[in-house]
Design a protein around this ligand. Structure first.
Ligand code: FES
Length: 228
């Protein structure tokens, strides 16, 4: 029977765009290495319980975006405020595991970072060391960052450096929708990087237009904080 070759399908701009988008789903080799061989992670609860007796900073957070939890323990040299060790455990996903593994390396390599240096770290710095992370997974890298900040605050509390403690609390920005600064933070982390995108997600500032400048300021602030 005579075979008939199908007519070539023209490659449209949409096809090319879809292929580029699909590539963003892949994890880099560095992410895979840290996911399959996470550094400084506790393998058992018993190890964590033992370690907690000696750690001088412990922080735990959950992510409102996905409901996952992260706990970080640090051992800080109290003479120099240098973080010598950082251990962690999480219920988070592959991206959270890879990001926190990389965070633990960055904080403790070359003798360790001071607590002040560690507080300067941005999730974007972790993502850069991982080479990349799919944008929808960016918030997973924030989990370790937040738990580390909580652990450092705990260290400051234990060592009487309470003036250095920074607590971020939720504040209502739009009374009509009860939108808080935390909601705006989460929206930015989930990829809404301008006012239109945040408004679409949160319906913020629709009837109460006076708060729009404050919302725009917060979007700028969180974009700088997490994406640099
Ligand atoms: S940590 Fe929740 S989706 Fe990655």
């Amino acid at each position: 029977m005579e075979s008939v070759n199908p007519a070539p399908v023209p490659v449209s701009h949409q096809d090319v765009k879809a292929k580029v988008e699909a590539r963003k789903w892949f994890y880099t080799d560095v992410v895979k290495e840290h996911f399959f061989n996470p550094k400084n992670i506790f393998k058992t609860d018993e190890e964590a319980v033992e370690y907690e007796k000696e750690a001088n900073g412990v922080g735990q957070v959950g992510s409102p975006a996905c409901g996952d939890a992260m706990k970080i323990w640090i051992k800080v040299d109290e003479n120099s405020d240098i973080i010598r060790e950082l251990k962690w455990q999480t219920f988070g996903c592959a991206s959270a595991i890879a990001s926190t593994s990389m965070l633990s390396v960055m904080v403790t390599e070359n003798g360790g970072m001071s607590t002040d240096q560690a507080l300067e770290l941005k999730p974007k710095d972790i993502v850069n060391r991982l080479v990349d992370l799919p944008s929808r997974k960016f918030h997973c890298s924030v989990l370790g960052d937040k738990a580390l900040r909580a652990a450092i605050n705990d260290y400051f509390k234990r060592t009487g450096q309470t003036d250095k403690i920074k607590i971020e609390g939720a504040r209502i920005i739009d009374d009509d929708t009860k939108t808080t600064d935390k909601d705006i933070e989460e929206a930015v982390l989930e990829g809404a990087h301008d006012f239109e995108a945040v408004q679409k997600k949160l319906k913020v500032g629709i009837s109460n237009k006076a708060i729009i400048p404050e919302v725009e300021d917060l979007i700028r602030f969180y974009k700088e904080k997490y994406f640099g």
